[in-house]
Design a protein around this ligand. Structure first.
Ligand code: NAD
Length: 263
């Protein structure tokens, strides 16, 4: 996986999957710039504080950064135990605002990697609503749409459905802008600090059921290589794709082998 010399923006680099992705990119010779509300411990080239819940903070973080970039890895996220609107701001609206604000600063052949989740696996059931949401043009319009269209279930799942569908929908559009590409990684449960919140919001029994089926949860270092691959030069023909990294639980659910989890 060749990422040597690529300038990579990584959100969420201060913890969990983002921390691991930042380390694995750096180990392979990439130049990593962290965007997070907290300081990373990984040895990154630069860190800029950002609050993805706030478009003004995103704009000011970008104004503090020089130059152009080869990779944007959108890893940051918060669990469904946070207030619904906050979850939607950080996990979808902020990700989209950051991504679209960077289009003109991504180099030819650049790669956008979104960390979505298998929690958004039921996106097809809400495709019409998701398409309406994605048709909104700004952070504020998207927020207004969310307020006007209350969704069933946890905002975390809805926000991840939105990231997944946004990723698939944007592949063609970004290709026209200088052979950019955009893909998503969909992890199942991963041992990171937010796992306890997932147990609270999705049900400990559900997560324990997944763990029992697979034998264990993933660790961040098992998700990070998928981010690195999608960032790398070798994955250049992969675009608009969603890559599941969940040890096999989605395949078992989608093929009808095990019942879908109630999340
Ligand atoms: N851990 C899991 O089981 C799991 C499963 C599927 C998907 N995911 C997704 O993976 C991504 C990374 O999660 P993780 O498990 O590494 O969690 P984590 O809590 O370890 O890391 C999340 C990072 O995001 C940053 N962050 C949170 N809110 C922010 C904000 N408003 N502005 C800027 N930075 C902010 C945090 O400071 C932290 O560094 C998230 O998008 C999450 O939804 C996690």
């Amino acid at each position: 996986m060749n990422v040597q010399g690529l300038r990579c923006l990584v959100t969420g680099a201060a913890s969990g999957i983002g921390d691991s992705a930042a380390r694995q990119l750096t180990d392979r010779g990439a130049i990593v710039i962290s965007l997070d509300r907290n300081k990373p411990t990984a040895d990154v080239a630069e860190h800029v504080e950002i609050d993805l819940a706030d478009p003004a903070s995103i704009d000011s973080a970008l104004a503090r950064l020089d130059g152009t970039f080869d990779v944007l890895a959108n890893v940051a996220g918060i669990p469904g135990t946070a207030p619904a609107e906050m979850v939607f701001r950080v996990n979808f609206l902020g990700l989209r605002h950051l991504t679209e604000s960077l289009f003109e600063r991504l180099n030819q052949g650049g790669s956008i990697v979104n960390v979505s989740s298998t929690a958004g696996f039921q996106w097809a059931l809400r495709l019409d609503a998701l398409r309406e949401l994605i048709a909104t043009e700004t952070f504020d319009e998207g927020l207004q749409w969310f307020r006007d269209h209350p969704q069933q279930g946890n905002a975390y799942n809805f926000a991840k459905e939105a990231v997944t569908v946004y990723t698939m929908a944007m592949g063609g559009a970004v290709r026209e802008m200088g052979e950019l590409r955009i893909n998503a990684v969909l992890p199942g449960p991963v041992e990171t600090p937010i796992l306890a919140d997932f147990e609270a919001s999705m049900g400990k029994e559900t997560l324990d059921g997944v763990k029992a089926f697979l034998g264990r949860h993933a660790i961040p270092a098992e998700i990070a290589p998928v981010v690195v691959f999608l960032a790398s030069r070798e994955s250049r023909w992969i675009n608009g794709a969603t890559i599941i990294a969940d040890g096999g639980i989605s395949g078992a659910v989608l093929s009808g082998l095990v019942p879908p989890p109630q999340i």
